[in-house]
Design a protein around this ligand. Structure first.
Ligand code: NJP
Length: 223
C-alpha cells in the first residue's frame, strides 16, 4: 500500500486531501503542530494501520527528519509528499506589514517547503514518486504589496526548478496554485471562494495520472 505524506494536514486543504487520499487507498502520514486535530483525523481515517499523526513544525529540520523517520517506521515507504503547510500575512504591504510575520511566512512557506522535499527525497526517488507543493495564484500574478505573494512566487520558482532537478528520475513535481480558499487560513468565512475539497480534488487529479504524465501546475480560482 502506498504512503501519502502531507504537511499542514490539521485543517483546510491538507485535511481535505488526507480524506481523499485515504479514500483512494493510500496510507496517510499527517503532519502539523496541532496534534490533537491530527490524532482525531488519523482515528477517523482508520487508525495506526492506515493513518498516523506526526507533530512537526516545518521550520525545524529535526522535526521534519523525525516526521520521515516516524512515517517509515509505521509504513515503510513514502510515495507522495505534499508540502502544503503555510501561513498568511497579518497585515498587508511593506509599509504596514510586520517584520516578525514576514520572517514566519518566509520560514514556513519557503524554508519549510524546501525542507519537506529534502527529507522526503530519498524515498520519493526510490519509489519514483510524486512531490506536490502548495503555491498560490498569488505566486503567479502581481498583488499590490503582498509579501505573502512573494513567498509563493518563491514556491513557484522552486517547484519549476525542482522539476528540472528531477528530470529523468521518474519523480513528478506538481505545483498547486489556488486562488482564495475558504479555510481556517482566514479568520472569517469566505463565501464564494474555492473549498478545501476543490483543491484536494486537484491534488488527487495530478497524483492519479499515469506515471508518464507530469501535471506541472494547477492554477485554479473560484471565478
Ligand atoms: O490553511 P489552514 P489552508 N509547521 O490554515 C499548518 C495555501 N493557500 O489549508 O501547525 C507545520 O487551514 C497548519 O497546522 P498547525 C497556504 O499558503 C491557501 O488554506 O496545526 N505546520 C495547518 O494544518 C498554505 O500553504 C489559500 O497550525 C504548519 C496548515 O498549515 C496551504 O494553502 C490560498 C505550520 C494551514 O492550514 C494550506 O492552507 C492560496 C508550521 N510551522 C494558497 N504553520 C487560501 N486559504 O485562500 C502552519 O493561494 N502549519
Amino acid at each position: 500500500m502506498k504512503t501519502f505524506l502531507i504537511t499542514g494536514a490539521s485543517s483546510g486543504i491538507g485535511e481535505a486531501t488526507a480524506r481523499l487520499a485515504s479514500g483512494a487507498g493510500y496510507r496517510v502520514a499527517l503532519a502539523a503542530r496541532s496534534t490533537d486535530k491530527l490524532e482525531r483525523l488519523a482515528e477517523e481515517l482508520g487508525g495506526p494501520d492506515r493513518a498516523i499523526a506526526v507533530a512537526c513544525d516545518v521550520t525545524s529540520l529535526d522535526d521534519q527528519q523525525a516526521m520521515v523517520d516516524r512515517t517509515l517506521s509505521a509504513f515503510g515507504r513514502i510515495d507522495v509528499a505534499f508540502a502544503n503547510a503555510g501561513i498568511g500575512a497579518t497585515a498587508a504591504g511593506t509599509e504596514n506589514g510586520d517584520p516578525a510575520n514576514w520572517r514566519d511566512m518566509m520560514l514556513v512557506n519557503i524554508f519549510g517547503c524546501v525542507l519537506t522535499v529534502k527529507v522526503c527525497l530519498e524515498q520519493i526517488k526510490r519509489n519514483r514518486g510524486h512531490i506536490l507543493l502548495t503555491g498560490s495564484r498569488a505566486g503567479r500574478r502581481v498583488n499590490k504589496g503582498s509579501v505573502y505573494g512573494a513567498t509563493k512566487w518563491a514556491v513557484t520558482g522552486y517547484g519549476h526548478n525542482l522539476r528540472e532537478e528531477m528530470a529523468g528520475t521518474g519523480v513528478r513535481v506538481t505545483l498547486i496554485e489556488p486562488g482564495m480558499v475558504d479555510t481556517p487560513f482566514f479568520d472569517e468565512p469566505k463565501p464564494g471562494a474555492l473549498t478545501a475539497d476543490d483543491v484536494a480534488r486537484a491534488v488527487m487529479y495530478a497524483v492519479e495520472q499515469p506515471g508518464h504524465v507530469n501535471v506541472s501546475e494547477i492554477l485554479m480560482a473560484p471565478e
